[in-house]
Design a protein around this ligand. Structure first.
Ligand code: ZN
Length: 286
């Protein structure tokens, strides 16, 4: 199944799904409730009689407020090389993002007023279905509800101001997530076998790799994270970006207002966002 959250013109948050190439409305609710209540069969039943959505659908992140968003730094060998970090690590570089950074498919990525180094990172996102602690590698994929796409947009001039990356990874409206959640049975092949992942800026390919090249694969990430943390339904693991990020290019390529950023993962879809300058004052609207 392909499920998403969307907002109706009256502001109500609703569930949606794809049926035979068109988007349909499953009514009020959100994906995290489907995951928590194992409501997949009910969604399937609703989808049979649901009404199509119009052309203009305001997509929201598949999980609006994940209990945890765990990101993984430097998890592709070619990206480690371009970032000049070696050798291959013994443990993944987990870091965190907060839900306050999230924007959905079609939403605006805000280039911070204070930054001249706003960068993109196309990544595969994994959403946890069944929670657990000390999950064994062999059992890890049974804990996955589905997959989505993430743009872990990074404010480089803040990311490297301190030894922890939290600051530069948590500006408002910098974590694009979507467009939808797809269940594992929808993948053309496994993540381990390799899905092509590509990032494009205004149509130009800037990152291109295969998920087969992840240093720590999904079972390892789930097993290692859950050594200490209880993973909960709706937690998101953002698995890392391949080479080609803007700061490592020659010349460097940072995001500017007006840019269109697309992250495409084979079999999952395309996450598309537009960059705007952060308004000069006032609170940020998500
Ligand atoms: Zn990243």
């Amino acid at each position: 199944m392909r499920l998403f959250n969307h907002e109706r013109p009256d502001g109500r948050v609703c569930l949606g799904a794809w049926r035979a190439g068109s988007m349909i409305d499953l009514g009020e609710g959100s994906l995290i409730d489907v995951i928590r209540n194992s409501g997949w069969e009910r969604c399937r039943a609703l989808a049979e009689s649901a009404r199509p959505l119009g052309e203009q659908v305001r997509m929201l992140p598949p999980i609006a407020h994940p209990p945890k968003i765990l990101c993984v730094g430097l998890n592709y060998a070619d990206h480690r090389a371009e970032a000049r970090v070696r050798p291959a690590p013994a443990f993944p570089d987990f870091f965190v993002r907060f839900a306050s950074t999230l924007v959905g498919h079609g939403g605006v990525l805000l280039k911070p007023r204070v930054s001249q180094e706003f960068d993109y990172e196309g990544e595969l996102a994994v959403v946890i279905g069944k929670g657990g602690r000390a999950i064994r590698k062999e059992d890890a994929l049974a804990h996955v509800a589905g997959y989505s796409i993430f743009n872990d947009a990074s404010v480089r001039d803040y990311q490297f101001r301190a030894s922890q990356w939290t600051w530069g990874k948590n500006f408002d409206a910098t974590g694009a997530f979507g467009p939808e959640l797809i269940t594992p049975d929808e993948l053309p092949r496994s993540v381990k076998e390799g899905l092509q992942i590509q990032t494009r800026i205004n149509g130009q390919v800037v990152q291109s790799a295969s998920t087969a090249d992840l240093i720590f694969d999904l079972p390892q990430l789930i097993a290692m994270a859950s050594e200490g943390m209880t993973l909960e339904p709706g937690d998101v693991i953002v698995t890392g970006t391949p080479s080609g990020v803007g700061m490592a290019r020659e010349p460097q390529l940072f995001l500017q207002a007006g840019d269109m950023v697309e992250v495409r993962i084979e079999g999952i879809g395309v996450l598309r966002n537009f960059v705007e300058d952060e308004p000069s004052s006032g609170p940020v609207r998500r």
